[in-house]
Write a protein that binds this ligand. Structure first.
Ligand code: GTP
Ligand code: SPV
Ligand code: MN
Length: 588
């Protein structure tokens, strides 16, 4: 399929190591993929769902111990420890390669190795990059088909001589969690993953390449790889402005990216278009502005909570050609169900573990909280016509946000790019089921990149500051949002979902200098009456409450930031310590 010797000799080397019985190169053809789907159904790896109701859709269950990313088993192996920084797990690459080689030695005996060439980003775009993933999992192959542009087209994009591709090696091995490793060698363009079959650990184009390796490449090559959705807001005159937003895992990116405008905006003719829901690659264009592409071709979205009201676009996207992972299986009509889909759970079902399950009587959950759908972007009713544009889209605003019950207001704007980098760097959010470990614990998650930055976080902040200098007055404006403030009973105060558009409208008005703001100790905030609440059953007073900056809480916050910053030592840019001093002074 290729004459590229760099690819061929590396694949040979890995075959020699893993010793598969058979090697299959994925060309991307439907015939080949269908053969694999049929094979996966024959072995029970996948279940074919109701062809009338969910054409081309399948269900897969992972091992019970393998349902989320494993941050404690994820490594960045740079030659120098300090280059990985204080937040990443590190091991000497020589030691790690040695340890892993022993584990991969003969691991594919009796199995087939699939060779998946894939392209992150539109074929032919200068912003796109190629990877090759070797795996012994058909599930991985079929997910990569949805999530990337894979097969022959990727090798053509790479060309016959280039060596600029990411080498990804994956084996499910025994799915032993004690021996699970998700390892990145940024200096070698390589990723080795073993003993998992869960999405973020094994779809190596996604978090491993498009964030961890790409963030490192971006720092060296002058661009940015970010954990961001990209959406376009089209006004009644037909002009579209683009927003990129970074929220931690399971904190609302897919939902915001596909939002349906509330009636008050719909009737005026506003529309929202989805460019991406998880990852943005951004470069400075010839015009000096920041341009973004979505390197992915599909959505690997959280299933629970997705319904006709919260995210009808996502739901519609999953109606064909979708792989569901770890949701409940409705045996009556061979479809799927998850918590929050509707109020009518199936009585005759299997839960995500494959046990008999009655949704009407059981106290167990039918779907895993981190159950997912893998759906082609082209299914999405609101997919942007720029989705495949090799140039990407120009970004007007960057939005950071986390899941905070208190402290962070509904929205605020940074005073400058530098202050915006500070705002991103101090992001904190409650942990979610997207990674193993406790849920609901507030932790610092700078730019939503804590689990995904492939190098020293202090240098990463420095890179952000550099990009701002290059962008000058063409830099996007930077904001922070929080949809998740709760009242004393723990209920969300802000309606969220489609109504988040009301906040985006203030953000865009700020970008166009069309609305005033109020200065607070933490940045600029809207006047409560400037958030449009027409059609909502909340009052301007509620909005005022959501915008309240509690100085005591923020003083606690700044102490927490100071602590967090300490670990970066002299690799923390001085601009950020200055911003922290300003915040402290503003809170006096
Ligand atoms: P990853 O795919 O893990 O990166 O997640 P994500 O950031 O795309 O999060 P997603 O949009 O899938 O939302 C995760 C969870 O947050 C779901 O259970 C949603 O129902 C919930 N959620 C999303 N947006 C809102 C919102 O505006 N308000 C509230 N209260 N919940 C929300
Ligand atoms: C996330 O956890 O941020 C995800 C899902 O988008 S995963 O691909 O597992 O990383
Ligand atoms: Mn994500």
């Amino acid at each position: 399929m290729t004459k590229n010797q760099n690819v061929l000799s590396w694949v040979d080397e890995m075959i020699e190591l893993c010793k598969p019985d058979k090697v299959v190169w994925l060309d991307g053809s439907q015939e080949q993929l269908q053969t694999l789907r049929d094979e996966a159904c024959a072995t029970g790896e996948m279940i074919k769902l109701n062809e009338e109701k969910l054409p081309g859709c399948y269900l897969h269950r992972t091992a019970v111990n393998d349902v989320a990313r494993v941050e404690h088993r994820t490594f960045i192996c740079t030659r120098k420890k300090e280059d990985a920084g204080p937040i990443n797990n590190w091991e000497d690459p020589v030691v790690m390669y040695d340890r892993l080689r022993k584990m991969y030695d003969g691991v594919m005996k009796g199995r087939t190795m699939y060779v998946i060439p894939y392209c992150m980003g539109p074929i032919g775009s200068k912003l796109s990059k190629v990877g090759v993933e070797l795996t012994d999992s058909i599930y991985v192959v079929l997910n990569m088909d949805i999530m990337t542009r894979m097969g022959k087209q990727a090798l053509e994009h790479l060309g016959d001589t280039s060596n600029d591709f990411v080498r990804g090696l994956h084996s499910k091995a025994d799915v032993d969690e004690e021996k699970r490793y998700i390892v990145h060698f940024p200096e070698d363009n390589a990723i080795w993953s073993i003993n998992s079959g869960y999405g973020g650990n094994v779809l190596l184009g996604k978090k491993c390449f498009a964030l961890r390796i790409a963030s490192y490449q971006g720092k060296n090559e002058g661009w940015m790889a970010e954990h961001m959705l990209i959406l376009g807001v089209e006004n009644p005159q037909g002009e579209t402005k683009y927003i990129a937003a970074a929220f931690p895992s399971a904190c609302g990116k897919t939902n915001l990216a596909m939002l349906i405008p509330p009636e008050v905006y719909k009737k005026q003719g506003y529309k929202v278009w989805t460019v991406g829901d998880d990852i943005a690659w951004m470069r400075i264009g010839d015009d000096g502005r920041l341009w973004a592409i979505n390197p992915e071709a599909g959505f690997f979205g959280v299933a629970p909570g997705t319904n006709e009201k919260s995210n009808p676009n996502a739901l519609a996207t999953t109606k064909r050609g979708t792989i569901f992972t770890n949701v409940a299986h409705n045996l009556d009509d061979n479809t799927v169900w998850w918590e929050g889909l509707d109020k009518n759970p199936p009585e005759h079902a299997k839960d995500w573990k494959g046990n008999d399950w009655n949704g009407k009587t059981s106290t167990e959950k039918g779907a895993n909280p981190n159950s997912r759908f893998t759906a082609p972007a082209k299914n999405c009713p609101c997919i942007s016509d720029k989705f495949n544009d090799p140039l990407g889209v120009p970004i007007s605003a960057i939005v950071f946000g986390g899941r905070r019950a208190k402290t962070a207001p509904l929205v605020y704007q940074s005073r400058s790019w530098q202050h915006g980098v500070f705002v991103g760097s101090i992001m904190a959010s409650e942990t979610t089921a997207a990674a193993t470990g406790a849920v609901g614990v507030v932790r610092r998650d700078p730019m939503a990149m804590r689990p995904f930055c492939g190098y020293h976080m202090g240098d990463y902040f420095g890179h952000w500051l550099e990009m701002g200098k290059k962008l000058g007055n063409k830099a996007p404006k930077i904001f922070n949002v929080n949809w998740f403030r709760t009242d004393d009973e723990g209920h969300f105060i802000w309606p969220g979902f489609g109504d988040n558009m009301r906040v985006l409208m203030w953000i865009l008005a700020r970008c166009e200098d069309k609305v005033d703001a109020v200065e607070t100790p933490i940045g600029y905030e809207p006047k409560p009456e400037d958030i449009n609440i027409e059609g909502l059953d909340i009052t301007t007073d509620t909005v005022a409450g959501l915008l309240d900056v509690d100085k005591d809480l923020w003083r606690e916050e700044s102490a927490g930031i100071e602590d967090f910053y300490k670990q970066f030592g002299d690799r923390l840019p001085k601009e950020l310590s200055e911003e922290l001093e300003t915040l402290k002074a503003n809170l006096k």
